[in-house]
Each structure stands twice: as structure tokens, then as C-alpha cells.
Design a protein around this ligand. Sequence first.
Ligand SMILES: [Mn+2]
Length: 195
Amino acid sequence: MARTATVTRTTRETQITLTLNLDGTGKTDLNTGIGFFDHMLDGFARHGLFDLAVDCHGDLEVDCHHTIEDIGIALGTALRQALGDKAGLVRYGSCLLPMDETLALCAVDLGGRPYFVYDAQFATPACGGMDTQMAREFFYAVSYSSAMNLHLKVLYGENDHHKLEAMFKAFAKALDAATRLDARIDGVLSTKGTL
Ligand SMILES: [Mn+2]
């Protein structure tokens, strides 16, 4: 069964159509209106081997906040739908991702209990059109809308572009691992028998 989902989300602040394929090859079609954020989502999709299309018309005349947060909600919602009944799902994934001087850590559990732990500091207020503060808002939105336990931490680093990109790629690799299916798993991987 195809593990894909398309989410359309419209508010007075953003109009979003997002399509996610968990079993893709890293193909992207990204039009968020924020060049730097497109670059981050591109790194996420390519390194997670997800196909991801995002079309967003957001209130960028205000700032980047609603656009980035709402795309996080749409991505999390699509992820939750695409995972379906989670039968055979590996469930856990983690990655330590180096990018030049930066090292980022990501660990995820797709067990259905949302939790979010985040630790990253930045030297500058923005990279391109993306406020550095919005990384937290984006990943928090993904975690609660997909019911994911998500831990993200920048262990060290200097350059804010590297820190952000390392987090998106670490998230991609951890999520790729957690969304794999294992034929040895009978039903769902939980001692409770439900996810
Ligand atoms: Mn880059």
C-alpha cells in the first residue's frame, strides 16, 4: 500500500498544499516563498529519501512565522496519515550528523506519544528569509501534529546555516530509519500491542 498523503490547509494566514511519499527517492518540488526554507526542506527530503512537494502562499508581508509553522503542521499531518496503521514499522530512529564544524543529534519515536525536546543556540537572527527562532517552531509543529517524540540538539557548531541544515538532515536520517518497515515485525512494535 502506498505510504503517501496530501494535506491541504487553508487559513487567513497561509494556504498550503503538501504531498509526502515516505517511500520516495528524494524528489522535491518546493515553493514556500522562502528560499532558505526551501533549501532546508530540500535537504530534509533528499537525505530522508522522501518525495516532498510543498506549495504555500503565506503572509510573508508579516514575517516568516506563519508560513514555517503551518508547513510544519501540514508535514506532521501528512506524516501521520502516510504512516497508516504502523504495522511493521521500525518506529525508532536516530542520527548524529556532522556538517563541517557543526554536530547535530536527532532521535525520534513514532510510537504515538508526542514529546519535544530541543536545544540549539544561534548567533544571528536569520538565515536568508528564515528566522533562526523558527526552527524550534517548525520542529515542534511537526512533532505534535504527527504525534512524534522528537529530540533535536546542536551539540556544537559556529555557523548558523550549518546548524540549521545539520538539524534538518539529522531529522531526515532519523525519520528515514524510523519509517522503514521490517518484515520480522508482526503487527505493531509495542509491548502494549498498539501504537
Ligand atoms: Mn546549505
